[in-house]
Design a protein around this ligand. Structure first.
Ligand SMILES: Cc1cc2nc3c(=O)[nH]c(=O)nc-3n(C[C@H](O)[C@H](O)[C@H](O)COP(=O)(O)OP(=O)(O)OC[C@H]3O[C@@H](n4cnc5c(N)ncnc54)[C@H](O)[C@@H]3O)c2cc1C
Length: 316
């Protein structure tokens, strides 16, 4: 993971800046907030052991956390239960409401004349000589002069069309969105021993987690959902409400080295792959988009693309 960290750090830092620029320029209300991220511990040894990680992140990446031992963590975040060991706070972290982001991006794109074709999975490319000139879907054919395949955990299903097997595994995670509990956290939390994430929204509240490698399995497993609720109960005075807005699963596109692929596909010179963003696809999205655009336009890329090559994954 340390090998992947410098590139991921660059993608995250660049994306943070780009989110702030784009949200301001487009006047998008996606519940963007800079409240940081708080890692919370029940166990004193786990809390203290994080010191070593903090040292490494401070020294190598300039990202220090602030430690809050014992009851100090509850002074910082009063929604926590008493008796916890402590927490590490990254004050620079931001969060947003992803469904709002998608709605508003869609609206802005359509206003600029972009056509979004849904429920039409691409099955193959249309070729003319060595170039790809369109995509085939079950419903229609769509012509184009450049193609970016950003199909997340589904990318291996397109191996034949792409001319390469991209080793991405689906890492299934779940979330439950409820109304806001009466005592709601102000800071997004990672409940460390239970690997549960808590995200407060202006109009909702989300508990998310779990990592299941079961292929593209579409079932919503009630036991996994219960793990989210029980994890939250260990740390929070009011862990959730019974007014559920959504129970959800998604597939994280996992690569064995933790880095995404941003590279040209062997299929043709005008086909690009941007997939495999593991657990941080939302956080790395703007920089990935910018990098892809730079590569297609032949500009000097703002992030070195070599660590994101397809070739590095091809030995397995
Ligand atoms: C519970 C959970 C919590 C998460 N929390 C965070 C978080 O806090 N921060 C963060 O940054 N990330 C988080 N992630 C990870 C993030 O969701 C992924 O990294 C991200 O969605 C990957 O984006 P993507 O666009 O590459 O793929 P996806 O979002 O999976 O999108 C791929 C799209 O391609 C479409 N598609 C597939 N096949 C075809 C085809 N043949 N033709 C046309 N379209 C096709 C799919 O329908 C889908 O819409 C979380 C994930 C989960 C499951």
């Amino acid at each position: 993971m340390l090998e992947a960290a410098p590139t991921i750090h660059q993608l995250l830092q660049s994306s943070l800046q780009l989110y702030e620029q784009v949200l301001a320029a487009e006047q998008m209300d996606v519940q963007w907030e800079r409240r940081g991220l708080l890692f919370v511990y029940q166990d004193k040894h786990h809390f203290e052991a994080y010191h070593e990680v903090d040292q490494l992140l401070s020294q190598q990446f300039g990202v220090p956390a602030v430690a809050y031992a014992g009851e100090a963590v509850r002074e910082l975040e009063p929604a926590l239960k008493p008796g916890l060991a402590g927490g590490w706070h990254y004050p620079g972290d931001c969060h947003l409401r992803p469904d709002r982001l998608m709605q508003q991006l869609r609206q802005r794109l359509e206003q600029r004349g972009v056509t979004i074709v849904e429920q039409a999975p691409m099955t193959d490319f249309l070729r003319s000589g060595s170039q790809v000139v369109g995509v085939k879907t079950a419903a229609c054919e769509i012509p184009g002069d450049c193609f970016v395949v950003a199909t997340g955990a589904w990318t291996p299903l397109l191996s034949e069309a792409l001319g390469v097997r991209v080793p991405i595994e689906a890492g299934k995670g779940y979330s439950i969105t409820t109304t806001r509990p009466p005592i709601v956290p102000q800071i997004p939390l990672i409940l460390e021993e239970h690997s549960v994430a808590i995200t407060p929204f202006h109009d909702g509240y989300r508990i998310g987690s779990t990592m299941e490698f079961a292929g593209l399995d579409e079932r919503l497993n009630p036991q996994r959902l219960e793990l989210l609720r029980s994890g939250a109960r260990h740390y929070l005075a009011e862990p959730y409400t019974d007014q559920v807005q959504e129970e959800w699963y998604g597939w994280r596109p996992m690569t064995w080295d933790g880095k995404p692929v941003v590279d040209r596909a062997p299929a043709a010179g005008n086909v690009w792959i941007a997939a495999g963003h593991n657990m941080l696809g939302l956080s790395m999205a703007p920089a990935t988009g910018k990098l892809v655009a730079e590569l297609i336009d032949g500009e000097v890329p703002h992030i070195n693309p070599h660590p994101l090559s397809l070739r590095r994954l091809q030995w397995a």
